[in-house]
Design a protein around this ligand. Structure first.
Ligand SMILES: *[C@@H]1O[C@H](CO)[C@@H](O)[C@H](O)[C@H]1NC(C)=O
Ligand SMILES: *[C@@H]1O[C@H](CO)[C@@H](O)[C@H](O)[C@H]1NC(C)=O
Ligand SMILES: *[C@@H]1O[C@H](CO)[C@@H](O)[C@H](O)[C@H]1NC(C)=O
Ligand SMILES: *[C@@H]1O[C@H](CO)[C@@H](O)[C@H](O)[C@H]1NC(C)=O
Length: 259
C-alpha cells in the first residue's frame, strides 16, 4: 500500500509539476535547476528521455571531473563553477531532435531530487506566396518562399486540398539555402504549369517529421504580393506622356520666342 501510494504521489507530482520550456529552433536555451544544499559527495547529472530511450547529457563525477553525454560535448554549458547551487545548463543550437523530457538529478542530504521539464521546440516559419507570373504559351509560374525552416522542412503545394506533385504538365523545383547566422534554412519553390486551376494552388511548409506528433508552434504569414508590372506600365506611360507634353511646351515656347 505504501509503495502504491508512493507511486501515485510521484505520478501526481510529475503530472502537475512538469513545466514546459519552449526553445526556438537553432537558438540556445537555458534549462533551469536550483540545487540549494546539494550533497556534493553524491551524483549530479542531467539526462533526457526521448520516446523510449534515456540519454546522459552531463554528469559530475566529483569536484574535479565531469563527463558529457555523446553529442553533448561542446553543446552544453554548466554554471556550477560560478555558483554551486545553480545546476542549470545551457543547451546550444537547439534542433527538432532535442524535444523530450529533461531531468536534473541531485541529492539534498540523502534525498533524491529529479525536477523534470519538457522541452518543446518551435520555429517561426514565414511563408510568402507571390501572385503567379504569366508567361507566354499559357504557362503560369507560382512562386513561394519559406524562411526559418530546419534542414528537413519541405514546401508542399496543394490545389483544392489535393497535394500537387511533379508530372508531365506540372514542373516543381525547390531550392534550399542555409542562412549562416541562425543555421536555419530558406526555401524557394516554383510551380510551372499550363493547367488553369481554380482555385489557385497554395504552398505550405511541412515541418520536420520528428515533431509531427508534437507540432511546432509556427506563425505562418501568407502574403500574396502582386507583381509590379501594371504599376510599371503606369509609370512608363505616364513618363512618356509628361515628356511629350514638356517637349510640346518647349516647342511652343521656342516658337513664341522666335516670333
Ligand atoms: C525504441 O522504440 C523503437 C520502436 O518503437 C525501437 O526501434 C528502438 O529500438 C527502441 N529503442 C530503445 C532504446 O529501446
Ligand atoms: C546561486 O544560485 C541560486 C539558485 O539559482 C540562487 O538562489 C542564489 O542567489 C545564487 N547565488 C549567487 C551568489 O548568485
Ligand atoms: C551525502 O551523500 C552520501 C552518499 O549517499 C551520504 O553518505 C551522506 O550522508 C550525505 N551527506 C549528507 C550531509 O546527508
Ligand atoms: C546548428 O545546428 C545545425 C544542425 O545541426 C547546423 O547545421 C548549424 O551549423 C549549427 N549552428 C551553429 C551556429 O552551430
Amino acid at each position: 500500500m505504501k509503495l502504491l501510494l508512493g507511486t501515485l504521489m510521484v505520478l501526481m507530482v510529475s503530472g502537475e509539476d512538469m513545466e514546459t520550456v519552449e526553445a526556438f529552433l537553432g537558438r540556445d536555451i537555458c534549462l533551469p535547476c536550483t540545487c540549494l544544499d546539494r550533497n556534493l559527495s553524491n551524483e549530479f547529472k542531467w539526462q533526457v528521455q526521448k520516446q523510449n530511450e534515456s540519454q546522459l547529457i552531463y554528469k559530475q563525477i566529483n569536484k574535479l571531473a565531469s563527463k558529457y553525454g555523446e553529442s553533448y560535448e561542446g553543446r552544453v554549458q554548466t554554471f556550477l563553477d560560478q555558483n554551486i547551487s545553480d545546476c542549470s545548463i545551457l543547451l546550444k543550437n537547439v534542433t527538432a531532435e532535442d524535444q523530450g523530457t529533461y531531468k536534473c538529478i541531485f541529492y539534498q542530504g540523502d534525498q533524491y531530487n529529479n525536477p523534470a521539464m519538457n522541452l518543446r521546440v518551435y520555429s517561426h516559419r514565414s511563408v510568402l506566396q507571390y501572385a503567379p507570373l504569366i508567361l507566354g504559351k499559357g504557362d503560369k509560374v507560382f512562386r513561394c518562399d519559406v524562411k526559418g525552416g530546419d534542414s528537413e522542412t519541405m514546401i508542399q503545394w496543394r490545389q483544392a486540398g489535393q497535394v500537387v506533385e511533379s508530372s508531365p504538365l506540372i514542373e516543381i523545383s525547390t531550392t534550399r539555402t542555409q542562412h549562416a547566422p541562425t543555421g536555419l534554412f530558406n526555401l524557394k519553390s516554383e510551380l510551372k504549369t499550363k493547367l488553369s486551376w481554380t482555385p489557385e494552388p497554395e504552398c505550405e511548409a511541412i515541418p520536420h517529421p520528428a515533431v509531427t506528433a508534437e507540432p511546432y508552434k509556427s506563425d505562418i504569414v501568407r502574403t500574396h504580393t502582386y507583381t509590379l508590372l501594371p504599376l510599371l506600365f503606369v509609370v512608363v506611360v505616364g513618363s512618356v506622356l509628361i515628356l511629350h507634353y514638356r517637349w510640346k511646351n518647349t516647342e511652343v515656347s521656342a516658337r513664341t520666342s522666335e516670333g
